[in-house]
Write a protein that binds this ligand. Sequence first.
Ligand SMILES: [Mn+2]
Length: 275
Amino acid sequence: MWPPEIIVGHLAPDLDCLTAIWILVRFGNVHNAKLVFVPAGTTLHDAPPDSDPCIIHVDTGGGRFDHHDRSDLSLSASELVRRFVVPDDAPLKRLVDRVTQLDNVTVPSEQRSAFFNINDLINGYNALFPNYPHHVAQAMMPNLDAWYEHEVRQLRLERAFAQRLEFDTRWGLGIAMQSDDGGSSRLAYSRGAVLYAYRDGRGYMGIAAQSRSDVDLEPIYFDLQRVDSSADWFLHPNRRLLLCGTPKAPPRQRSRLSLEELVNVIKGDMINERC
Ligand SMILES: [Mn+2]
């Protein structure tokens, strides 16, 4: 029976439980189901978990969408729901892989951070609404929507990054890329760039350097004021960020340069040509 009439999760719902519910609602066409929360491990009215086709248990009860009686660390309730509801969605797979790692505490140590993270956010909601797990679930739906959108964007950026330009600068490797979303410092720096340049779908451009580098973009800023004089270039006081338009601060005047021309300015070629 699809869609089910009742989704059962566990009290104080965690990331895995909430993600499983979110997948059912957003991708499984389960819009009008009633949400019910039971003590973790149990089922609604202690019935066998999959005995009623109108009731789905996630992350509790030992049924088809609970992973607790299996020792497979690649599984989670969200992963079981994902495989059943929408197995071929790449951004969703990335999100759920992360949820599974967090749920099974298999995040590689170098990727762990003591910083506030999504589990802290959920713990905060559970602290706000200890007796209202529905509120926690409702509050997390748009957060998971936003995380999904982030993964969609990351996949687009990775495709664009494959077409990047690599070039030498006086400080080390430079990387330039263009895409609707602009650039990705994370991708550029993980590839070994000291400095990266980007152009986005609106024609906004920027150059950024690793925070631990000794890059000083001021000379490039002066060069840009000559070759791209009408554009609204802004040099950040730390001299490692040079921007012409961002969603936070749209430019009065966009750059007229192509990404290749900007790279030439960074390399110093464009200035030499004109002198
Ligand atoms: Mn779980």
